[in-house]
Design a protein around this ligand. Structure first.
Ligand code: ADP
Length: 327
């Protein structure tokens, strides 16, 4: 009991009361890795995401009562939303429980944080009903338990931007140390999701366990450059830093048309382009909505030509993260 509190050095909370009975929230999609920032960087999207309704129940515990838009398990322990919520309720003592309805728009396995939207959404929603006993940063730890169910690994690179908004850096996952990074207001993301199945486990299995010192130096130079570029609103520096010579060369072969999509993104004004999360989605960052939309059209034309079904999202960086839609 209360082990998650100890992990983050929090005091367990007792006899917490409700301030609302029901809440409807928007749970944003996220792009993890961002080329050079494998497993540490992520950003939050504004125009792609799920919705959830969370309400108080007189019965203790957590129940998933409805899932619309995806074929996912209703059993609490098999759904990332249920697991994350249980981890949180391990840290607060309440006389009641919660029911969760999930309205999925983000396809599972798309590489834009489908499981993270549900893990983070469940703990955000319950925290709001309880009058915010935890900060958004503290909620990351509970949400990570949902991610552990989805991928076997309690990673924070999608749940941190989903909860905090904007760009986030996981400086350390144990002990957890998350930093929100400022970003320029005109930064847009374009994401194309080719509708093929690419399991996270397969995308992980192609990775090597060691890297050369030369590649490591290039990579941490780029991570530093990207962070500096975001803070100083230096779009050119952001572009120069969006490179990945460690993971992308191994993973990109699993994604149809990757090289062509990336080349086209650059030709249409992208600052940089790479694999979103573990794929198969491909992202591009650009300055301004017009360029982001142009890139989206050019990417679509390639998959149209290849006769491959796809989805495209064009979104400003969402600085707010999870938000309440109702009441
Ligand atoms: P993405 O690549 O888009 O981030 P993930 O691969 O992280 O998606 O997560 C998808 C996995 O998590 C699938 O195996 C799916 O069955 C499982 N899962 C369990 N509950 C949920 C949920 N509420 N939302 C999305 N995926 C879930």
């Amino acid at each position: 009991m209360m082990r998650y509190c100890r992990d983050v050095g929090m005091q367990p909370l007792y006899a917490i009361k409700l301030i609302m009975n029901e809440i409807k929230i928007f749970c944003p999609a996220t792009i993890a890795n961002l080329s050079c920032g494998f497993d540490v960087l992520g950003l939050c999207l504004e125009t792609a995401g799920d919705e959830m309704i969370i309400r108080k129940s007189d019965k203790k515990g957590v129940r998933i009562t409805k899932i619309v838009g995806a074929d996912l398990p209703l059993e609490t322990e098999k759904n990332v939303a249920g697991v994350a919520a249980l981890a949180m309720l391990d840290a607060v003592e309440t006389e009641f429980g919660f029911e969760i309805e999930i309205y999925k728009n983000i396809k599972a396995g798309s590489g834009i944080g489908s499981s993270a939207a549900s893990s983070a959404g469940a703990v955000f929603g319950i925290n709001e009903l309880l009058g915010q006993p935890f900060t958004r940063k503290e909620l990351v730890l509970f949400a990570m338990q949902g991610e552990k169910l989805a991928s076997g690994n309690a990673h924070a690179d999608n749940v941190a931007p989903a909860l905090l908004g904007g760009f986030t850096l996981v400086r350390s996952s144990s002990p957890l140390d998350i930093v929100k990074i400022q970003s320029p207001s005109e930064l847009y993301a374009t994401v194309v999701h080719p509708q093929i199945e690419l399991k996270t486990s397969d995308a992980r299995s192609v990775l090597k366990q060691t890297v050369s010192l030369k590649s490591a130096i290039t990579q941490w130079g780029n991570v530093g450059g990207l962070i500096a570029g975001l803070y100083t609103q230096d779009y050119e520096l952001i572009g120069r830093s969006l490179h990945d010579e460690i993971v992308e060369p191994l993973r990109s072969v699993l994604i149809p048309g990757f090289d062509l999509i990336k080349k086209t993104a650059y030709e249409n004004g992208a600052l940089g382009s790479g694999i979103s999360g573990s794929g198969p989605s491909i992202f591009a960052l650009s300055k301004g909505k017009e360029t982001a939309e142009k890139i989206g059209k050019a990417m679509s034309a390639i998959y149209d030509e290849m006769n491959l079904p796809y989805e495209v999202h064009v979104s400003k960086v969402n600085d707010e993260g999870m938000k309440i839609i109702a009441p």
